[in-house]
Ligand binder design. Structure first.
Ligand SMILES: [Zn+2]
Length: 429
């Protein structure tokens, strides 16, 4: 493409965005202008609005997210605003509340097709690191003549100037930290949702989050939301540094450069009770209601009298009881039950069936409980190429608002069992 054609396309796309903003986002931009930069630094655009304005523009955005976002941000700077306000470093972030892009679980990402595209991926925010600065533009000073050079930086090895513009020699150069530009960055691990991977760890993908997105979602930013379900939107990228250079290999990993995060609560509040109310009331009116529920948990198991009692306890556990708050104190309605028995009697089958039936269940084997265990831990570990402190939610916070099921509980050591007891006082699980 020639430079003229590129310039023409730039003007055209920027104009399209200005038109789009005037039609759909004038109020939102006015609000951003009032809050910029301290309280708000991003304009959130709904993919569905872009689609209604021009489906081709949305396709273009999904195909080459970096370029199209730059036009969108350029248009934001050109938008008519009171003279004293400039949105110079404001971001435009494409989000997808209406599911116009279509969020996918991690295993449905198709790296060979999707690399470079804007994707929407649903999962659980599994690990969140602290905020660290990342160098975005490095200022170098020639040690021979003092001439300065400003070099934009990618995520891989720091780029130095090739040659000094002043003395035309190849340095040496010194990094001037005070004159360089940094951005806040967090790393997040997105994991498959518990109900999509009963009994296993599931697939994971690293996500990089920058600037105001680090503080998104809570008073302390993203760490407040560890363990929650979210749709991460951004560009699917490969680890370029592994592909090139002396030790380069053709194999690499994918990661997401996040542009937006949308949280989805998957608490019981989301379950549409009214849709099933009639069926439940009908069932409740029948005399053998408990027996019917009991026999439908795991019909493939031949239950003797003892196992029938266990299954009835499981029914009670699925429904829980009312929470009571009165002048005598608060009484939790949560029920817990333990199942003890000889091997081969179907305990594990019952537990995995319960994990499927409960709207939100975290199911893990005691042997497989990671060092994070039941509650949560700040762990220092290698994650996405660096050793970082990350906050990793254990099985209980991950099941928050839902049910927690632990098979082979005797493999959980004493220390962790104590944590389970403490946590049961603090949270409903
Ligand atoms: Zn020089």
């Amino acid at each position: 493409m020639s430079t003229t054609a590129q310039a023409g396309q730039t003007a055209e796309l920027t104009d399209r965005f200005l038109e789009f903003y005037r039609k759909y986002y004038a109020d939102a931009i006015g609000e951003l202008a009032q809050r910029y930069p301290r309280e708000q630094r991003s304009l959130y655009i709904e993919a569905d609005d872009v689609y209604r304005f021009d489906p081709v523009l949305l396709d273009d955005w999904l195909d080459r997210p970096d370029q199209v976002r730059q036009y969108a941000e350029e248009a934001l700077r050109l938008f008519d605003l009171p003279a004293d306000i400039a949105l110079d470093d404001a971001h435009v972030r494409l989000t997808d509340t209406e599911d116009a892009i279509g969020a996918r679980p991690i295993p449905e990402l198709n790296p060979s097709d999707d690399v470079g595209d804007y994707v929407a991926v649903r999962g659980q925010l599994n690990k969140v690191t602290g905020t660290k600065p990342r160098l975005t533009e490095a200022t170098f000073e020639c040690k021979r003549c003092g001439t300065k050079a400003y070099i934009p930086q990618g995520r891989n090895n720091t780029q130095e100037p090739h040659e000094c513009q002043g003395c035309e020699r190849q340095g040496p150069f010194a990094l001037v930290v005070d004159d360089s530009e940094f951005v806040d960055q967090r790393k997040v691990q997105l994991a498959e949702l518990p109900d999509e991977r009963p009994g296993t760890e599931g697939e994971k993908i690293p996500v990089y989050v920058e600037d105001d997105l680090c503080d998104y979602g809570g008073e302390h930013g993203l760490p407040d939301r560890a363990g929650e379900t979210a749709v991460v939107l951004g560009k699917l990228r490969v680890n370029e540094s592994k592909l090139t250079g002396r030790n380069g290999t053709p194999e690499t990993e994918t990661w997401i450069e996040a542009q937006a995060i949308a949280f989805e609560s998957n608490d019981y509040d989301d379950v549409d009770v009214d849709a099933h109310r009639e069926a439940f009331e009908e069932l409740a009116a029948q005399e053998d209601c408990v027996e019917q529920l009991r026999d439908s948990i795991a019909p493939q198991i031949l239950a003797d009298d003892e196992l029938e009692v266990a299954l009835e306890a499981a029914v009670a556990w699925l429904f829980n009881a009312y929470r009571i708050d009165n002048d005598r104190g608060a009484f939790r309605g949560d029920l817990h039950f333990g199942l003890i028995g000889d091997p081969g009697r179907g305990k594990s089958t019952i537990l995995s069936r319960l994990a499927k039936i409960a709207p939100k269940a975290e199911y893990r084997s005691g042997t497989g409980l990671s060092k994070v265990g039941l509650t949560a831990a700040a762990v220092q570990e290698e994650f996405a190429g660096n050793t970082d402190w990350t906050l990793e939610p254990g099985i209980l916070p991950r099941a928050n608002g839902g049910h927690c099921i632990i098979d082979e509980v005797d493999d959980v050591v004493d220390e962790k069992t104590k944590a389970m007891h403490d946590a049961s006082r603090a949270t409903r699980w």
